[in-house]
Design a protein around this ligand. Structure first.
Ligand SMILES: *Cc1c(COP(=O)(O)O)cnc(C)c1O
Length: 377
């Protein structure tokens, strides 16, 4: 996709905030517990390689991604740390993963059996690192029965094409006040864990929420995702043990300003009619940039003042009602701080009836990412 370098719309990513969030978390972890940075989906929209670079400087010792291509992207960018693909990869790519020293998540013995001939073909230069996924109640991927896990473990031990590097599970409710289901999952995982002949190098259960609020069960690695971007995984339900610093701001400028008379309409469908003579600003951001149509009625900051998004959000532009005449080129903040006022990604998500994860992931590659530098130690 073409990135818009000649329009004022940009995402500003504060690398120091990312660094600080990771360093705070590492300080809370015992020395024996590693932090792997989750940088899937282009680093939750923040830019995978830039986030991974900063995470490494902050002390992350490995990375988690969702799909094999993201892992290969990190290797291409020169990262030599361990990388785990959290989703299911087709066994036909076992050789590609093995040769790039990329670890894969596996939840059936059938997967191992299908990958074996691929790993026995020519030019395989390394064994394939496996993390067994345990489905302790998330209902997504992984072994659900001890017997099946035990058999897969035995199969793996018989085939030197594989090496068991990890065992993990994922919690469905670690970000909630009520811990009953969480504790049920912990118990299920502890029981499944007994099925292995011996413990692998990494046993890991923690996403951000688990590491922030249930660190007692962390294991020896945490998969630290959304919190490294400075976002509270629970929304506003639980408070993190240290203040998270949001890394992302979304800014642009007014590109057109006009006064319209009472009764005049704005945007598709002519759904908005001015009550009186009003100053209207046009903002070069639309749903093609990831600013959803349902954000009609929400606000932006123009010159530090809240201004309502009026009329329908278009593909590439939206209109706001200004308090008074303002010049073209006036700063517009869609996410971030301007003066004494702030719009958080949580505010946007709440208005759009979703979670901040979805808002950042939807920010299109058309919007350039600009990086503020890390401070050195
Ligand atoms: C995405 C993901 C994570 C990271 O979750 P956050 O809530 O962003 O910390 C951890 N583990 C698995 C299996 C995931 O899919």
């Amino acid at each position: 996709m073409i990135s818009g370098l000649h329009r004022p719309t940009k995402l500003v990513i504060d690398r120091q905030a990312i660094k600080a969030n990771i360093q705070q978390e590492i300080q809370r972890l015992p020395q024996t517990t590693e932090l792997w940075a989750v940088v899937k989906a282009d680093g939750y929209g923040h830019g995978m390689v830039a986030v991974a670079t900063t995470a490494k400087h902050a002390g992350a010792t490995g990375f988690c991604v969702a799909i094999l291509d993201e892992a290969l992207g990190l290797r291409q960018a020169g990262f030599t740390e361990p990388i785990l693909v959290l989703g299911i990869t087709s066994p036909e790519y076992a050789k590609l993963a093995a040769n790039a020293h990329i670890s894969l998540s596996v939840g059936t013995q059938d997967w191992l059996a299908a990958a074996l001939p691929v790993l026995q073909s020519d030019n395989v230069t390394a064994s394939l690192a496996i993390h067994f996924a345990v489905d302790s109640g998330m209902g997504r991927i992984g072994f659900r029965e001890s017997a099946a896990l035990q058999q897969a473990d035995a199969y793996l031990q018989q085939h030197q094409e594989f090496n068991l590097e990890g065992l993990f599970t994922h919690f469905a409710t670690a970000d909630e006040q009520d811990t009953a289901y969480f504790e049920q999952q912990v118990a299920a995982f502890q029981q499944m864990r007994q099925a292995l002949a011996s413990e692998p190098r990494y046993v890991h259960v923690s996403n951000s929420a688990t590491s922030l609020w249930h660190d007692a069960c962390n294991g020896n690695m945490v998969r630290f995702g959304v919190a490294l971007y400075g976002l509270n995984p629970s929304g506003a339900v639980l408070q993190p043990p240290y203040p998270l610093q949001p890394a992302l701001s979304f800014t642009t400028e007014l590109v057109f300003v006009k006064q319209i008379q009472a009764g005049a309409a704005v945007s598709y469908g002519a759904t908005y009619h001015a009550q009186q003579a009003e100053w209207i600003g046009t903002v070069p951001v639309g749903y093609a940039d990831g600013w959803q149509r349902r954000l009609q009625g929400f606000h932006v900051l123009v010159d530090g003042q809240y201004c309502e998004i009026i009329g329908r959000v278009c593909m590439d532009q939206l209109m706001v009602r200004l308090p008074n005449k303002l010049p073209v080129g006036t700063k517009v903040t869609l996410v971030g701080v301007d003066g004494s006022r702030t719009i958080t990604l949580q505010d946007v998500a709440t208005y759009a009836k979703t979670i901040h994860y979805e808002i950042t992931c939807n920010l299109s590659p058309r919007v350039p990412r600009v990086y503020l530098p890390e401070k050195s130690m």
